[in-house]
Write a protein of this length. Structure first.
Length: 425
């Protein structure tokens, strides 16, 4: 079989990249089989090792404007697909895909995923099991909604990700105290707020999981089950994840049916999704669905656990190419995130020191640079992470032990600043 030359490889338009420590592995894999053209808001730096070309735009959040630029390029040298893994840009990207006539090009479908209120409405019409949910605009409506769904209740922004602004309240007094936290939480990228920007939801109990799936012509194939580790209650901070190649949930008939029904209800037929479910005593219930690859390096854990390459798989799905979904290895991979102990800590240094780490520690990552001012949750939800460690082994307990060793080796130096200093990611 003749190996395609770089010029013969499929052409893929990628919108944005994200942090190098979190997303380089995707670009590296994709570049081995695709010609990548990047849309970015600044001249690429590390990305240049993996891309064939780039276009600097004033914004990668303006879908119609990006579509016009992409259409011009497409006429010169056609793209086979469009891909984005940044939650804040997936809706804008759908306009580009629509303009080029490639897969995942329906802005209405992606808006249905971006807006958790629209997600709830579509699932309710289809009868897909999910927590009761009421969109509200102010505290008075929130109190009325909580009386309807019952306490404890969950407060959740409609248009954010990474559990930003999500909190559990036990009673009306806590709701009054915490409602401003949810209502006023913002993402680094501007998000258009609906008239009723907060959801008050029933608190369903069980184990919360994530599912990274590839979808082709409406058929949903789950690839990686993420077993979440949550911390900092009552906030829903995800402090770690475990992914196992042989997780029994990958073949659980009830969960697979729920996953298929969920995507059918939302109209998502092609691409990659990161879904979250609560495994309750009465069956799985949908928490949310995101039209992109999972964050927190969960797809990378899936690669380590199964050998299935998420970057190549997502790129092939975006281009409508045959998918290669057979696991080549069978183990467990895990990640744990680390935080400072006190709010407004100005970082001097972060490092993993001491005794040699066990061989199960696959990688350590330092996120916070010297001079950064960070806080633990809730002030530093998601963006307060200063470091992470990844482990790979033949079981969850062995991964956990390796992550314990990495945590013991973590050394943080810094100075607590006055509370008037704003936290910076």
């Amino acid at each position: 079989m003749t190996t395609p030359t770089p010029e013969q490889r499929p052409a893929l338009l990628v919108i944005g990249t994200g942090l190098r420590s979190y997303r380089e592995y995707l670009l590296r894999s994709i570049s081995s089989q695709f010609r990548i053209h990047l849309f970015h808001t600044a001249e690429p730096s590390w990305e240049k090792d993996y891309i064939a070309g780039w276009t600097v735009l004033p914004s990668t959040s303006d879908g119609p404007a990006m579509a016009e630029t992409a259409r011009t390029l497409h006429q010169q040298q056609p793209f086979d697909g469009v891909l984005c893994w940044d939650e804040a840009r997936i809706h804008a990207t759908s306009f580009v895909a629509q303009a080029l006539g490639v897969r995942n090009g329906d802005p209405d479908v992606i808006a249905r995923l971006r807006d958790k209120g629209q997600t709830r409405a579509a699932l309710a019409v289809a009868g897909v099991p999910q927590p009761r949910s009421v969109p509200v605009k102010d505290e008075a409506e929130a109190l009325a909604a909580a009386a309807e769904v019952g306490y404890p209740a969950i407060l959740k922004p409609r248009g954010l990700g990474a559990s930003l602004g999500v909190v559990r309240v036990e009673n009306a007094q806590e709701l009054r105290r915490m409602f401003p936290f949810t209502r006023d939480t913002r993402a680094p990228e501007p998000v258009a707020l609906p008239e009723r920007p907060v959801l008050v939801e029933e608190c369903v109990l069980g184990e919360e999981i994530s599912i990274d799936s590839v979808i082709s012509d409406g058929r949903v194939t789950p690839l990686f089950i993420g077993r979440k580790v949550l911390g900092y209650p009552p906030y829903a901070e995800e402090v770690g994840h475990y992914v196992s190649a042989d997780d029994p949930l990958l073949t659980d008939a009830t969960l697979l049916a729920a996953l298929q029904d969920t995507h059918a209800a939302l109209g998502f037929t092609d691409g990659w999704t990161h879904s979250e479910y609560m495994l309750t005593s009465t069956g799985p219930q949908v928490i949310e669905v995101n039209g992109r690859l999972g964050g927190d390096l969960i797809p990378y854990l899936g690669l380590l656990a199964t050998g299935i390459d998420p970057g190549l798989t997502a790129a092939r799905a975006a281009c409508g190419l045959p998918l290669e979904l057979t696991a080549s290895q069978h183990r467990t991979a895990a990640i744990r995130f680390f935080y400072v102990a006190e709010e407004n800590t100005e970082i001097t240094s972060v490092s993993f020191e001491g005794a040699q780490l066990p061989e199960e520690v696959h990688r350590t990552i330092v996120v916070a640079a010297p001079g950064a001012v960070v806080s633990p949750p809730p002030k530093g939800t998601a963006f307060g992470r200063i470091a992470a460690a990844i482990a790979a082994a033949d079981s969850i307990p062995r991964c956990a032990a390796a992550l314990d060793a990495a945590e013991a080796a973590l050394v943080i130096t810094g100075t607590v600043q006055p509370s008037t200093v704003a936290a910076r990611p």
